[in-house]
Structure formats: structure tokens, C-alpha cells
Design a protein around this ligand. Structure first.
Ligand SMILES: Cc1cc2nc3c(=O)[nH]c(=O)nc-3n(C[C@H](O)[C@H](O)[C@H](O)COP(=O)(O)O)c2cc1C
Length: 272
């Protein structure tokens, strides 16, 4: 095991890209490392103990660590699955308004699986968006629309999970997306597009429609991780508790893939 691999292993950076070297950060890292140890905050890519509530951010002990210049965006030292040293904000949007929605439950499960350096926020006001009216564009957007646009714009990446209604995505989700067509919040935005239904198809027709819409809006859909999730209702409870262990692996891979796509975009300088 090389020195940098050893460092990565010791500090829980096993998710780092093979090319990532922790060496440049060791000088500051020695002092910081003592602080990390004191707070008991060694990061693991699969953090099982997130405290999650609907519509709120995931808060974990690691996020309380304040670092020097490199992690200053929100004062959080970022141990990334890649080499990124700032926190990453992901916005999760469920296409279902149903209280016991499987699609929302899947997003809650993703929130609970998120490591300390990924902040996943569940967008909670899909029903508060008025019907899209292009006549109001762009300055007179109602407050909920502006808030939605702001949240999408601020997010480093977006996860959308949609049910299938009559072989399409719900009108309420399409409505939300329509509000961003002219204002362009989804342009180049890394997106994990998901669907779920109780059937074996997992809502793949709704997903096809969703990806078509996102594509025409120039979103950066991540193909490897965008997928239907079949038999959703029997694999996750409404509160986000995962019943099927295989699902946890799938959801972790989605988070990992999205985080890597965000990092790749940031490093290439094409972050929107
Ligand atoms: C009006 C309506 C239409 C539906 N159409 C489809 C469909 O075309 N394909 C499908 O797989 N499921 C269909 N379903 C079942 C949904 O996939 C199922 O209710 C799912 O759990 C909804 O997602 P949610 O649990 O996140 O609310 C439909 C449900 C409703 C209420």
C-alpha cells in the first residue's frame, strides 16, 4: 500500500479517486487531523447514522469541523469521494405528493445514506408551485417559483425521482420543470433521473419522458446512474428505511456517481 493510499485508508478516504493524493494537504492535515480525531469524525462513505427529517438537510457530526482556507465555502472540511474540498449540495425532488410516497421514501433513503460531505435537501413545495404561465416570465415569477429556481440554481446536482402516472411523469413535476425552461436553472446541471413504481418496470415510461424533458432543457443527465427502480414499494418503507439490502448499494452508487459527475464538472471549469 503506497503512502497516500495508506493515508486515504487511515482517514476514511477510501472513496477517493485512484489519482487523488492526500500529500499536498498533509501539512495542514496533521493539525486538522488531531481536531478530526477529537471530534470523532472520521468519515466513512456509507454513513448509516444520519439524522433525517423530511424537507430538512442531513446533519452529521463531521459537518461541525471548521477548517482553514480550503474548506471555507460553508466552513466545512470536505472529505470527498473525489478530490473536492468544499461541501457539495444536492437537491432531491420527488414527483409524488402522496404522503406515503415510495419515490419520496427513496429520496429519504438516499439522504440517510449520504456521507457527511454531501448535503442532500429534499425539495418540499412542489404543490406550492402555480400552474406554469409563460406570460409571467421572467421578472414576475411568483415567490414559490423563484424559491424553486433559487434552490435548483444553488444545488451542485439534482436527484429527481418520479412515479409513473398513465405512462408519463406527473403533471405537477412537469409543471415545475416548465418554470425553469426559460430561466435555465437546469442547463448543464448534473442530474440523476430516477423513477419508481410498484411494478417490475419501475416506471420506466415516466423516466423516459423525464429524461426527454431534461435533455431538451440541456440538463446534464448522468446516464450510468439514471435508472428505474422496480418494485419500489416492497424495498423501502415510507420513512426511508431500506428493506432490501441490494437497494442500499444501488442508492449509494447513485450518490457516488452524481458526486463524481459534479466534481468532474467543477474541475473542468464548466460548472454552471
Ligand atoms: C392516476 C394513476 C396512474 C398510474 N399509472 C401508472 C402507470 O402508468 N404505470 C405504473 O407503473 N404505475 C402507475 N400507477 C401506480 C403508481 O406507480 C403507484 O401508485 C406509485 O406508488 C406512485 O408513486 P408514489 O408511491 O411515489 O406516490 C398509477 C397510479 C395512479 C394514481
Amino acid at each position: 500500500m503506497s503512502w497516500s493510499n495508506s493515508y486515504r485508508w487511515r482517514w476514511g478516504l477510501r472513496g477517493c479517486r485512484p489519482g487523488f493524493s492526500a500529500a499536498p494537504f498533509m501539512g495542514a492535515g496533521v493539525a486538522l487531523g488531531l481536531g478530526v480525531m477529537g471530534l470523532g469524525g472520521v468519515h466513512r462513505w456509507s454513513s448509516p447514522d444520519a439524522s433525517v427529517s423530511p424537507g430538512r438537510q442531513v446533519h452529521l457530526p463531521m459537518q461541525t469541523i471548521v477548517a482553514n482556507g480550503m474548506g471555507q465555502r460553508s466552513g466545512i472540511w470536505r472529505h470527498s469521494p473525489t478530490s473536492r474540498m468544499v461541501p457539495m449540495d444536492l437537491l432531491a425532488i420527488s414527483g409524488s405528493l402522496r404522503l406515503d410516497s415510495t419515490n419520496t421514501a427513496l429520496l429519504r433513503a438516499i439522504m440517510a445514506l449520504a456521507p457527511a460531505d454531501l448535503r442532500v435537501t429534499l425539495y418540499a413545495d412542489l404543490a406550492g408551485l402555480p400552474p406554469f404561465d409563460p406570460g409571467l416570465e421572467p421578472e414576475a415569477a411568483p415567490d414559490p417559483v423563484q424559491a424553486f429556481r433559487d434552490q435548483v440554481r444553488a444545488a451542485d446536482g439534482v436527484i429527481i425521482c418520479t412515479p409513473e402516472y398513465a405512462h408519463g411523469m406527473p403533471g405537477i413535476l412537469k409543471n415545475a420543470l416548465e418554470w425553469t425552461v426559460a430561466s435555465g436553472e437546469f442547463v448543464d446541471k448534473p442530474v440523476a433521473a430516477l423513477s419508481s413504481s410498484p411494478s417490475a418496470s419501475g416506471g420506466e415510461k415516466a423516466l423516459a419522458w423525464l429524461t426527454q424533458t431534461l435533455s431538451v432543457m440541456s440538463a446534464h443527465i448522468i446516464p450510468d446512474i439514471s435508472q428505474p427502480i422496480p418494485f419500489g414499494r416492497s424495498r423501502v418503507r415510507p420513512d426511508g428505511e431500506i428493506v432490501d439490502p441490494a437497494l442500499a448499494g444501488t442508492l449509494r452508487a447513485i450518490l457516488d456517481g452524481l458526486a463524481r459527475a459534479v466534481d468532474a464538472r467543477t474541475q473542468s471549469g464548466s460548472k454552471p
